[in-house]
Design a protein around this ligand. Structure first.
Ligand code: GTP
Ligand code: MG
Length: 370
């Protein structure tokens, strides 16, 4: 960044902001701690205070996840993250409700899912599975793509009476692009017009060969309505997860992905975070996309306050400075100065991108008018 606030600079130099303001005043620059100064002035101040100038490259300001790899010895088994995808009305939310013993579907506006729901289910054998529900309506392509990118396994829900539809195929493509294994749940088999065999045949056209046809794709016939086939589906997930040997280091600073985020009237900015590694705790200081914050409260999928959230757990995080974007990464950092530095850097980068892009689109507009 080519400018910095006096306070930021003071933090980085471990000096008092007021002392810097005083020095700047002597240099003929009356500013407050919240005002920004340019790079030359900052460098002058740094030497004035007897510090060494260290120009950090831009890459050093941001967090380098690529260099931060967990030692294999610290990895512990974690719950699989399973994203439910499929065409609109094929019964994704109903199936998840049946698995959870809940009733989300009945409370949805028009019976249509318009966001990503995140839940943890304890299976009969006592293991945990994290489920993400996605919308099937064609307008929500981006959410499905995001769902495919944070998950270990995709459950493709296909209604046996309706067969493969455009968003079923879209879901297959998202899963393939993300390199994620697919388990097919053929739903609504209770219906008179159900034809599960037809679904299995149509899957071949998309290179999904089910086990009965000599392939390795698991498929399970279920009815979310009659609650049949659910144990078999959970078994299929457990089998797939076992092959994948999913692990994460729970004993480190947390890192997670924003599944969704919103501005809540009473609670302020709220983000649903899927913890990827480490353990997120109340009081942790973090950067989340271009926002920084301190965890004020963590709320689990049952609406209960929790003190911490480990790998694969979805939690609502309160205490953000602003609303981050879905897909952003939350990273716990050592102190507030670091959190603010990274957030400010990302905000200025985002601003740069916007100012660079604006004239281009204007030009396009004039062309269109001519
Ligand atoms: P979107 O999220 O909008 O894409 O829909 P969805 O895939 O979540 O479908 P949802 O669970 O909302 O179910 C759609 C309709 O199918 C509802 O009326 C359900 O009651 C019905 N339905 C779901 N599962 C079954 C089933 O196994 N059998 C029958 N007969 N109906 C089902
Ligand atoms: Mg739904």
């Amino acid at each position: 960044p080519d400018s910095i606030t006096v306070q930021e600079l003071a933090n980085r130099m471990a000096e008092k902001g007021a002392d810097l303001v005083k020095a700047l005043f002597k240099m003929g620059m009356p500013v407050t701690v919240n005002q920004t100064i340019d790079q030359d002035t900052a460098e002058l101040l740094v030497t004035e205070f007897g510090h060494e100038i260290k120009r950090v490259s831009e890459a050093d300001v941001d967090i380098r996840h690529d260099e931060d790899v967990d030692d294999a010895a610290h990895l512990k088994p974690r719950a699989p993250v399973v994203t439910i995808m499929g065409h609109v009305d094929h019964g994704k939310t109903s199936l998840l409700d049946a698995l959870r013993g809940a009733n989300v579907q009945a409370g949805e506006a028009g019976g249509i899912t318009q966001h990503i729901g995140a839940y943890q289910v304890t299976t009969p054998d006592g293991s945990l599975v994290t489920f993400l529900d996605t919308p099937g309506h064609e307008a929500f392509t981006e959410m499905r793509q995001r769902g495919a990118n944070v998950t270990d396994i995709v459950i493709l829900v296909v209604a046996a009476d309706d067969g493969l539809k455009p968003q079923s195929i879209e879901a297959i493509n998202h899963a393939k692009a993300a390199g994620v294994p697919i388990i097919v749940a053929i739903n609504k088999v209770d219906k008179e017009s159900a034809n599960p065999q037809r679904v299995r045949e149509r899957l071949l056209e998309h290179e999904l060969v089910v086990e009965e046809m000599g392939g390795d794709v698991q498929n399970v016939e279920v009815s979310a309505l009659k609650k049949t086939g659910l144990d078999k589906l959970l078994d299929a997930i457990a089998l797939q997860a076992e092959i994948m040997e999913l692990k994460a280091n729970p004993d480190r600073a947390a890192e997670g992905t924003v599944v969704e985020a919103k501005l809540d009237k009473g609670r302020g900015p709220v983000a649903t975070i899927l913890v990827r590694r480490g353990t997120l705790k109340v009081g942790d200081i973090f950067v989340c996309g271009a926002e920084s914050g301190r965890v004020r409260a963590l709320i689990d999928d049952q609406g209960k306050q929790v003190k911490e959230a480990g790998p694969s757990m979805p939690v609502e995080v309160l205490g953000l400075g602003g609303v981050p974007m879905a897909g952003d990464t939350l990273t716990v950092v050592e102190n507030e100065a670091r959190a603010r530095e990274v957030a400010a850097y990302r905000q200025s980068e985002a601003l740069k991108k916007r100012t660079v892009q604006a004239p281009v689109s204007l030009e396009g507009m004039f062309e269109a008018l001519a």
